[in-house]
Write a protein that binds this ligand. Structure first.
Ligand SMILES: [Zn+2]
Length: 246
């Protein structure tokens, strides 16, 4: 059985609809073992104003929670320059998820993917980042309409970068940005193949829902489906503080 974890979710501290307390209760109801609250920060070199309140709320909620709760952040659309700097985050931030930049104003697919790879390379070289959030979720870009337009060379390059770093790859269920352009089964098979390639290169995986309300907490069915189809076994899923349950 895959571990019941969800390491990526948002609350009212950024653009989520619910409080930290409500997200934790939803996680308990879904029998989750470990969650991370990861509200957005758009500029990692500035300490967010809501952080101290969130630290107090998580510490209070941990007293009664029946599961492990980590306080994290999601670095959203970082600039490459910011990724090269030390983030001024306190030690109580136990989990840092980072999205790769999605280039804007570039229409050429090759140039666009080059920039995406550069972003991933910078994230991989930043030792504060734990997890790369939903890699290659590019359906919203308007440039890549079909995941199959991403060549095997590009997928292998991403896999090698992640395998050579300490950064773990998140598998996230909410891939709906692709579905206006691709049917679900074709996309699912294409992303599964990407995971297979990553596994082959030695990438480590974890699971996050990217929930923005209590409704999405523990929404990991698709993630587990593609991990399982790609041959990633339950003991190959990374858990904070524990690593792999081998
Ligand atoms: Zn997110």
């Amino acid at each position: 059985m895959y571990p019941r974890i969800d390491l990526h979710m948002h609350t009212r501290h950024s653009d989520g609809r619910n409080t930290i307390e409500e997200m934790i209760r939803a996680a308990e109801a879904n029998d989750l073992e470990v969650i991370a609250i990861t509200d957005h920060i758009f500029c990692p070199i500035k300490r967010p104003t809501w952080l101290d309140t969130a630290i107090r709320e998580v510490n209070k909620a941990k007293e009664n929670a029946s599961l492990k709760v980590l306080l994290g952040v999601e670095i959203t659309r970082p600039s490459i320059r910011d990724l090269t700097k030390k983030f001024p985050l306190p030690a109580s931030i136990e989990h840092i998820v980072c999205e790769h930049p999605i280039p804007s104003g570039i229409k050429d697919k090759k140039v666009f993917l080059r920039e995406v790879i550069e972003g991933i390379r910078h994230i991989a070289s930043n030792d504060q980042v734990n997890v790369l959030a939903h890699p290659l979720n590019l359906g919203r870009s308007g440039v890549i309409g079909n995941f199959k337009d991403i060549s095997k060379d590009v997928l292998e390059e991403v896999a090698r970068i992640l395998a050579d770093s300490h950064v773990v790859m998140e598998i996230m269920s909410q891939m709906y940005w692709w579905y206006p352009y691709m049917d679900i089964s074709t996309f699912t098979e294409a992303y599964t193949e990407f995971i297979r390639i990553c596994k082959h290169h030695g990438v480590i995986f974890t699971i996050g829902s990217d929930a923005h309300s209590v409704c999405g907490v523990g929404n990991t069915y698709w993630s587990i489906k593609v991990l399982s189809r790609a041959g990633v076994t339950p003991d190959e899923i990374w858990i904070p503080d524990e690593g792999l349950r081998l």
